[in-house]
Design a protein around this ligand. Structure first.
Ligand code: PAF
Length: 284
C-alpha cells in the first residue's frame, strides 16, 4: 500500500493506475476506522482493480468546534488496518493540502435545496456545504470510477448524489449497508467516546428503531414517530435531537404511508456530548 500525503503524491499514484487502464474505487473517510469503513473497503476491492481510501478530518463540515477537537484520530492504526485489508492507496492529506487557500478563504458554496434543508442540514448549519466541498475536492484529486458511502449517513448519500448531479461528475456513488455491533448499535467512530454506561444505554437507539420497523404500518406515521421519540427519551442518558420519518429519495418528512414508496426513519441522539445517528427502512 502506498501512503500519499501531498497532492503531487496522490496525483502520481492515480495517474499510474489510469495509465495501466485499471479501475479505481474510493472511500473517503475521517479515520478512526472501524468495521463499517472496512466493509466499504472490501466492497471496493471486490468491485475494482485498485482501491484508494482517504483519511481526513474535514474542518469545514464541523459546525461545533468542540466536536472537531474531540473527533477521534487514530492515523497509525488506520494505516495498519487499511494495509491489512488490502487497500492500494491511503491518502492522508493535511488541512493545508486540502485547503491551500486557508480555511478562512474557502468560498465554494452549494445549494442542495430541500434535500439539505432538513434533519442534519437543519441541525448542523453549514455541515453539508463542508461535506460537498471536501468530497468534490477529493474526487478531483483521486478521480475514481466508483465511490463508496455507508448508509448510516443516510442523508449524506443523497447530498453526494445531488452534488455529483449538479457538478456533472462522472463517478458512480455506491451506498453500502450499515454495519452493527452484535447488540445492534450502528458502528461509528464516535462510539469510542462513549463511557461504559453510555455505551450500554446507546443500544436502545437501534433496538427502538428495530421495534419501530416491526410495528411499521400497523401504526400511523405520527404514532410511530411519538413511539420512537418517547421510548428513546425514556432511557436516562439518551436525548433525541430529532427523529423524522422521510421519503428515502427526497429526505422530506411524510405524513402517510402512501406518501412514498421508500420510507426511512432517521434519528439523531445525544448521549452526553456524543452525537449518534442511525436510521432504518420502514417501507420499501
Ligand atoms: O462520512 C464521512 O466520514 C465524511 O462526511 C466524509 C464523507 C469523509 C467527508 O468528510
Amino acid at each position: 500500500m502506498i501512503v500519499c500525503k501531498s497532492r503531487e503524491e496522490i496525483s502520481a499514484a492515480v495517474d499510474k493506475i489510469r495509465r495501466q487502464g485499471r479501475s479505481l474505487g474510493f472511500i473517503p473517510t475521517m479515520g478512526a476506522l472501524h468495521q463499517g469503513h472496512i466493509s466499504l473497503v472490501k466492497k471496493s476491492i471486490a468491485d475494482n482493480d485498485c482501491t484508494a481510501v482517504s483519511v481526513f478530518v474535514n474542518p469545514t463540515q464541523f459546525n461545533n468546534p468542540n466536536d472537531l477537537k474531540t473527533y477521534p484520530r487514530t492515523v497509525d492504526a488506520d494505516i495498519a488496518l487499511l494495509e491489512q485489508t488490502g487497500a492500494d492507496i491511503a491518502f492522508i492529506p493535511s488541512v493545508e493540502t486540502m485547503y491551500p487557500e486557508g480555511l478562512e478563504n474557502v468560498t465554494e458554496s452549494y445549494d442542495f435545496g430541500a434535500i439539505g434543508a432538513v434533519m442534519e442540514g437543519a441541525a448542523r448549519p453549514g455541515h453539508f456545504n463542508g461535506v460537498g466541498i471536501v468530497v468534490h475536492r477529493l474526487f478531483d484529486l483521486v478521480k475514481p470510477d466508483r465511490a463508496y458511502f455507508g448508509m448510516k449517513d443516510f442523508q449524506q448519500i443523497a447530498i453526494i448524489r445531488e452534488m455529483v448531479r449538479q457538478r456533472n461528475i462522472d463517478i458512480e456513488i455506491i451506498p453500502c449497508p450499515i454495519v452493527r455491533e452484535t447488540d445492534g448499535l450502528a458502528l461509528s467512530s464516535r462510539n469510542t467516546r462513549l463511557n461504559p454506561e453510555q455505551r450500554n444505554q446507546a443500544v436502545q437507539i437501534s433496538q427502538t428503531l428495530f421495534k419501530a420497523a416491526d410495528l411499521g404500518q400497523t401504526r400511523s406515521i405520527a404514532d410511530l414517530k411519538s413511539f420512537v421519540i418517547d421510548t428513546v427519551n425514556n432511557v436516562p442518558l439518551l436525548e433525541v435531537e430529532y427523529f423524522e420519518i422521510v421519503d428515502g429519495q427526497t429526505m422530506q418528512p411524510v405524513a402517510n404511508w402512501d406518501d412514498a414508496d421508500w420510507i426511512v426513519g432517521c434519528i439523531t441522539v445525544n448521549v452526553g456530548d456524543v452525537r449518534l445517528i442511525d436510521n432504518i427502512t420502514l417501507k420499501q
